[in-house]
Structures are given as C-alpha cells and as structure tokens.
Design a binder for this molecule. Structure first.
Ligand SMILES: [Zn+2]
Length: 147
C-alpha cells in the first residue's frame, strides 16, 4: 500500500489511511459542537426553571440537566414554579479538610416541555429551617439528616 501525506497537515507525516491532523480536527469540531449543544441545553433548562444563566459547575455534580441550588428555599421556589416529583437520598459529602459527613440530598425531578427530564437538587440544611416549605411538605415522612 502506498503511504500518503496530507496537504493540509504535512507535519502529520505519512500515513496509510487517515491523516492524524485531519482526525484531530474532526475530533476538535465534534467536541466543540458537543460543548455548544451542552451550553445551549443548559441555558434552555435554566430559563425554563426561572433561573439566571450560569454554566453548570461540574465539581458540584451539575450538568446541563442537573442543576444545584444553594438552599432548600431556592429549591422550594423552583418546585413551586415548575412542579415535579420530590425525592431524597442520603449522600456522603467531603469537606476541604478531608472529613466526611452524611447529608440528605433533596431532588426535584421535573419533565420540562420541549426539554425532557431535569433534576434540581440541594442538601437539606437543618439550621436554615424551612420544614413548612412546599418542597418539604411534599415529602412529609422523610427523615432529614441535620447536617
Ligand atoms: Zn490532514
């Protein structure tokens, strides 16, 4: 088989079937398209939830379809706006000091028109109170960990 060189990527060297420079370009374009689609979806989701348009904080477990809230008050406000199903689970959180603690993560799962399933979540904070919030009233029998 004849080795080829790419006119656009002469520095990629000779190859049998695929120029590594072209392959990299295609990969970069796909990555950029995916990132743009994620950003568009994230903006759509946040608008539909009535939230300001921040990009997802991946370190906090956020994605375009998974949005973290600061507190149960904010989460309850979203729940009152868009409805959905409230669930909880026990999670382990890691402090910057390296110690861990258990918390109750509260999640509102909602099917947004034209977008699909989205999760909005926060950890229950006992000190902030709010057991009378509509969000917490939707899960009356759940034991909330006093994190
Ligand atoms: Zn090439």
């Amino acid at each position: 088989m004849q080795l080829q060189t790419c006119r656009r990527h002469p520095s990629a060297g000779r190859f049998m079937a695929t120029c590594s420079g072209c392959a990299q370009e295609l990969y970069d374009i796909e990555q950029a398209n995916r990132a743009r689609a994620e950003a568009d979806l994230s903006a759509k989701v946040r608008t539909a939830l009535g939230l300001p348009g921040y990009p997802p904080a991946e370190g906090d477990g956020e994605t375009a379809r998974r949005v973290g809230m600061w507190s149960q008050y904010e989460l309850s406000a979203v729940f009152e706006r868009v409805g959905g199903t409230v669930t909880t689970r026990t999670v382990q959180r890691l402090a910057s000091t390296g110690s861990t603690w258990e918390a109750t993560e509260i999640t509102v799962t909602v099917d947004l028109p034209g977008i699909g399933t989205v999760e909005v979540f926060t950890d229950w904070d006992e000190e902030s109170g709010g057991r009378d919030l509509p969000l917490i009233q939707a899960i009356p029998d759940v034991e909330l960990i006093a994190a």
